[in-house]
Structure formats: structure tokens, C-alpha cells
Design a protein around this ligand. Structure first.
Ligand SMILES: *Cc1c(COP(=O)(O)O)cnc(C)c1O
Length: 460
């Protein structure tokens, strides 16, 4: 075996084996990392074996144990062995995934993944599916299809004529919209500042009665962005009622479901997302709850023709296969691109339908266990209905005092302690500790050990 590849393989194994017991957060400071890594670029190249040895050594203290069992920050999940192994193959194979001709195997693997995902999530089987870098680009892709189709219905070809002089397009969102939606609207020329916000309920869900009022107050082509999985509470918008309102108004319904859409794949959580299949487009992630390594997002559009029209890059020098073969370039914003379908394929096969359902239900059960554990800590209060994989806690100092400041202190102490890693957030103007479960290696013992670390941090 090549010495350089062997060194990388051994360093990868050593890192992954250290995950269960290594401090979860990074240990090095910014200054230390700069001193170790931000070197002058040498005139003459360095021996690759030395480059890899030193990279593994010098990066390690600045790595975060996101792939380990006690990382509970940002809802960003771990990575399974099957998916990481397939990802290694992907790098070694070095396929350009843009065109069928450049990687027939990848094109067929993506077809299979697309079919499996539509089946697992219970979405219309004829939908277009694109494999993008993450939910940010999935939102962008879906909203590009929505923009094109809604303007086409209003007699305007945005792909040809752009937005200058086009009919106005209304975009309606819930007040708890994820920041990647306005960012996608900026990229699409629709303007982040033009979103119309709909009030939400106490868990952050868009209120269907309020949506109906907003829809009735305007007219013209309209896109509604709903959410499955609030990044704080985990709550899913009332999709069935939102779909009713959109149908009545002829509006496009998009669902941002980076992690929460996976509720559809678990029989005991599916009730949360009833009506999800009635939307027009869905954005989700495989690198969060599905435990595929970065980067892996999925854009799904019911009207495959609208999806294709928004993304296709037909140019004469491209070898376009007649018939059924899939050119990925037609479904995503990227041109040349990583063959990220292989890792997703490996993970879906390794899990199977039952394994995926179990992964989702187990994460939700563990969130309830974390919430129950934290609720027993003196001064702690749980702020959300723990319906999915999220638990929000707030801490009042023993003897009373500033709960915002104390909650932030608890988060800092937990991060410094290293037993687990989770982040602070703000929920309804209050500082909170957010416990998000999405790693597939997390056990009940990991939850209990982490709750014990939080309890220690909440003592004065
Ligand atoms: C994480 C997240 C996103 C963004 O996903 P990326 O994969 O980071 O691009 C969008 N929406 C929601 C609800 C999320 O949780």
C-alpha cells in the first residue's frame, strides 16, 4: 500500500477510536492552531508522507468530536462507519459526478438513492431529486424551481428573462424561519427583506390561521416556506393545514426539513409530519440525522420538469445521454462535483428501512431522557415540548439571580469540561442550553454521563 495513504488510514482510525473518550470540544486555542498550521508556504514541495503526518498531528487538537457519541451541538449528527468507508472510496475513485459519461456508476447509485429516499419519506415517486452540499443548497435548489414555475404560471420565463420586469413574487415564511431561507432568497434575487413573516405558536410552528390571513391579504404568484424541525424546539409546522391553505390559494408549498423531515421515516414519529407529502418541494440533509459525513444535502421537487428547468446546463459540448441515464448536473447548482451519492447509498443500505426508523425513534427517546435528566437538576427548567430530538433547558442560579447569565455560564462550563459538547441558543429572548441528538453512536449511558456533566456545571 502507498505509504501516504497508509499514514492517512492509520491516523483516521486512531482519531475515530479516540472519539468515545477524547474531550469532545477542541482543546487548542486559535493562537496555537495558527502557530502550528498557518506556516509560510515553502518554495519547494514537502514530502507527502511528512505533510500527512504533520497535518494529522497538528490539526488534531483543533478538531471537534462531532462524529463521537456525546456531541450534541447544532443538530449536526455523526457519521457511520459504512458511510465513512464509502466516502474514502469516493475520494480514491475521484469521480466527477456531473455527467453520466464521467461516472456511470455514480449516476445509477444516485438513481437508487433518489428512489429509496422518496419511499422512505413517503414523497411522490416521480419527484426530481438532487444531491447537493447541504440543506442550504437544497433550499436554494427547491426555491429556484418554485420561482421558475410560479412565474411561468404568471406568464413569465425567469430562466430566459431574469427578474427585471417580472411579475412580483410573494414569499411567505414562518417567524421562526431558518436563516438559510432568506440567504437562498438573496441568491435568487428575491430579496431577504421582502419575506412576509407569519406568527408562530409557543413551539415555533407557523400558525395556519395566520397563514390564511396573510395569503388572503395579497395576490399573485406565491411561495410559502414551512419548516419541519425547528432548530431549537424540534417542532414541525402543521403541514396538513398549511397545505390546505396553499391549495386554496394556488401557492407553492416548500418544506425546509433539514433534520425534522426524517420524522416521516419513523412510524412512531410520522404523526408529527402529517401532510408533508402534500408539499411541492422538500429540502433535507443526510449529514445531520442520517449520519452521512459532510457534505450531503437533498433537494426534492414534486414537479420534476420545474426542477430540471431551473437547474439544467445544456451546452453542446456536454455528452447528454438519450433516455433514462441521469446527468446530475441537471438537478443541482454545481457543475463538476464530488460523487457524494456513494456515502449516502452505503448508509441507506447499512441501515435499511427498519434501521432508519429505529435511528430516528431512538434519538427522540434519548432527547426525552436528556430532558427528564436535566429537569431533575435544581434550578433547571425545560422550555420545549420534547417531541423530536431537541431538549431546551434554562438554569436559574441556586439562591436566585440572572438566569440568562447563569445559563450561558453552564454552557461554557460544559464545553470546557469536555465530557460532551452542546451549545447555547436563544429561545423567545431567553438564553437556553440546547441538547440535540442526532449521532447514531449515542447510547443511554452517554446521555446520563452528559446530564451528570451538566449537573456539575449547574452547581455554583
Ligand atoms: C441545518 C439546517 C439548515 C441548513 O442546512 P446545512 O446542511 O447546514 O446547509 C436549514 N434548515 C434547517 C431547519 C436546519 O436545521
Amino acid at each position: 500500500m502507498s505509504e501516504v495513504l497508509r499514514l492517512a488510514y492509520e491516523a483516521s482510525l486512531a482519531f475515530r477510536q479516540s472519539l468515545p473518550e477524547r474531550p469532545v470540544g477542541a482543546r487548542a486555542t486559535l493562537e496555537e492552531l495558527r502557530a502550528a498550521l498557518d506556516l509560510p508556504l515553502e518554495e519547494q514541495g514537502v514530502d507527502p508522507a511528512r505533510v500527512i503526518t504533520e497535518l494529522a498531528r497538528d490539526a488534531e487538537p483543533g478538531l471537534v468530536g462531532e462524529a463521537g457519541p456525546r456531541f450534541f451541538g447544532f443538530v449536526i449528527g455523526g457519521s457511520s462507519e459504512a458511510a465513512v468507508a464509502a466516502d474514502w472510496l469516493t475520494s480514491a475513485w475521484d469521480q466527477n459526478a456531473g455527467l453520466y459519461a464521467a461516472s456511470p456508476a455514480l449516476a445509477v447509485v444516485e438513481e437508487a438513492c433518489a428512489r429509496w429516499i422518496l419511499e422512505l419519506l413517503g414523497l411522490p415517486r416521480a419527484s426530481g431529486v438532487g444531491f447537493v452540499t447541504g440543506c442550504q443548497m437544497a433550499n436554494f435548489t427547491c426555491l429556484a424551481a418554485a420561482r421558475g414555475e410560479m412565474l411561468r404560471r404568471a406568464g413569465w420565463d425567469v430562466e430566459r428573462d431574469g427578474l427585471q420586469g417580472s411579475p412580483a413574487l410573494r414569499v411567505i415564511v414562518g417567524d421562526e424561519v431558518h436563516v438559510t431561507i432568506p440567504r437562498a432568497l438573496r441568491f435568487l434575487g428575491l430579496g431577504a427583506g421582502r419575506m412576509v413573516r407569519v406568527p408562530v405558536d409557543g413551539q415555533g410552528r407557523m400558525r395556519a390561521d395566520e397563514l390564511r390571513k396573510v395569503l388572503a391579504a395579497g395576490e399573485g404568484p406565491t411561495i410559502v416556506c414551512a419548516q419541519a424541525g425547528n432548530i431549537n424546539t424540534g417542532a414541525v409546522d402543521p403541514l396538513d393545514a398549511l397545505a390546505d391553505a396553499c391549495v386554496a390559494h394556488g401557492a407553492w408549498l416548500h418544506v425546509d426539513g433539514a433534520f425534522g423531515l426524517w420524522a416521516c421515516a419513523a412510524p412512531d414519529r410520522r404523526h408529527l409530519a402529517v401532510g408533508a407529502d402534500r408539499a411541492d418541494s422538500w429540502a433535507t440533509d443526510a449529514h445531520k440525522w442520517l449520519n452521512v459525513p459532510y457534505d450531503s444535502g437533498i433537494a426534492i421537487v414534486r414537479d420534476a420538469r420545474a426542477h430540471h428547468a431551473a437547474m439544467t446546463a445544456s451546452a453542446s459540448y456536454l455528452i447528454q445521454q438519450e433516455g433514462a441515464a441521469r446527468d446530475a448536473v441537471d438537478w443541482v447548482p454545481e457543475f463538476s462535483r464530488r460523487a457524494r451519492g456513494f456515502a449516502l447509498y452505503a448508509q441507506l443500505r447499512a441501515l435499511g428501512r427498519a434501521g432508519l426508523a429505529e435511528l430516528v425513534s431512538r434519538g427522540c427517546a434519548q432527547a426525552r431522557r436528556a430532558a427528564e435528566g436535566m429537569a431533575r437538576i435544581p434550578g433547571a427548567q425545560i422550555l420545549n415540548e420534547v417531541v423530536l430530538n431537541q431538549a431546551l433547558a434554562r438554569f436559574t442560579p441556586p439562591g436566585g439571580g440572572d438566569a440568562d447569565a447563569f445559563t450561558r455560564t453552564v454552557v461554557e462550563r460544559v464545553q470546557a469540561d469536555g465530557t460532551c459538547w452542546l451549545s447555547g441558543s436563544t429561545w423567545r429572548g431567553q438564553a437556553v442550553l440546547r441538547f440535540s441528538i442526532s449521532g447514531q453512536d449515542t447510547t443511554e449511558a452517554d446521555i446520563d454521563r452528559s446530564v451528570a456533566a451538566i449537573e456539575r456545571a449547574a452547581r455554583v
